[in-house]
Design a protein around this ligand. Structure first.
Ligand code: BDR
Ligand code: CA
Length: 311
């Protein structure tokens, strides 16, 4: 199994990503989960991670709190999408499992230094503050990263928080720039992929049909999420963004993309946080990212249903 750290700001779709990882021990060795401020403030994301681990019956999972605000900006949140708690939908109890004392950034640095080089994958599914802070503070860890597989950015689908920016990149564009420029192997799941991974009614019903606590929660979360996107896009189903990263680690054949150059806009107010993706390879700027574009959505939902039913 691949050793990974999930860096996250739950978020209903983050929750499903965490559950998919916890349900897949033959593929994924989850070393720890670091929470970051994003969809909701850090206090809530750190709490939500633990709610999800307890729901999965894995209270022994190591959970760390990381940065409570972007590197150089004020935090922008997304309660309009995820609700006040970040995990609105089903009723939930407060978690009882602990948050580790160590800061999430220190955990990332320490883990990359202690594990053999090239054996730890980072899966950021929120703003990139924790990862970039770790890289800035300990540049020696960058060459030890096996791969970064993140959800963020967009090219053909352009933006979801501004006309030209995707939320995770927009919230901390300076951090995103550090991560995209770092030189570590990078795989990106942009809106171009996730807007094809839609939660249709049949797919949500499959979660409910599991007749488990996890199945009921995932159905309620995706129902809640869907409400927003139905209103917004008028499409059937909402994108289930973040689990695409974990699905890629389990079943890379579900995804297709291109190795290209991607730059992050940090200067312009108008296009702040835009992922300027050289999809057509117009420039000779160095290729720094495997930028995904297509997903086998049926295969992705089949994987989710199969794995989540185990919990
Ligand atoms: C990303 O933003 C968050 O709202 C989701 O959890 C996902 O990580 C999608 O733009
Ligand atoms: Ca997220």
């Amino acid at each position: 199994p691949r050793k990974i750290i999930i860096d996250t700001d739950p978020g209903q779709d983050d929750a499903v990503a965490i559950l998919l990882a916890l349900a897949s021990p033959e593929d994924i060795d989850l070393l720890g989960i670091t929470a970051v401020a994003g969809n909701v403030p850090l206090e809530l994301t750190a709490k939500n991670v633990r709610i999800v681990c307890e729901l999965a019956g894995k209270p022994e999972t190591k959970v760390f709190a990381g940065c409570d605000k972007p590197m150089h900006r004020k935090l922008v949140t997304a309660e309009h999408v995820h609700g006040k708690t970040g995990l609105d939908g089903p009723p939930m109890d407060d978690p009882t499992m602990p948050v580790q004392e160590q800061h999430g950034v220190d955990f990332i640095i320490e883990t990359l230094r202690n594990e053999p080089a090239g054996t730890v994958t980072l899966c950021p599914i929120g703003p990139l503050t924790n990862i970039a802070t770790a890289f800035e503070r300990a540049p020696d860890i960058i060459s030890r990263v096996q791969e970064i597989v993140l959800m963020g950015g967009a090219y053909f689908e352009v933006g979801n928080i501004t006309p030209t920016a995707e939320f995770n990149i927009y919230v901390d564009p300076e951090a995103a720039k550090i991560v995209f420029d770092a030189g570590a192997p990078l795989t990106v799941m942009p809106l171009d992929v996730t807007h094809k991974a839609l939660t249709t009614k049949t797919r949500i019903d499959a979660f409910r049909a599991m007749k488990t606590k996890v199945g009921d929660h995932v159905a309620a979360w995706t129902d809640f999420f869907e409400r927003f996107d139905m209103e917004k896009y008028g499409s059937e189903g909402a994108p289930l963004h973040d689990p695409c990263t974990i699905a890629y680690l389990i079943a890379p054949q579900l995804f297709q993309g291109r190795q290209i150059n991607v730059e992050i806009e940090t200067g312009s107010d108008l296009t702040l946080g835009m992922t300027v993706a050289d999809w057509w390879r117009i420039t000779d700027r160095p290729k720094n990212a495997m930028f995904m574009k297509d997903i086998d959505a049926a295969g992705f939902y089949a994987l989710l249903a199969d794995r989540l039913a185990r919990l």
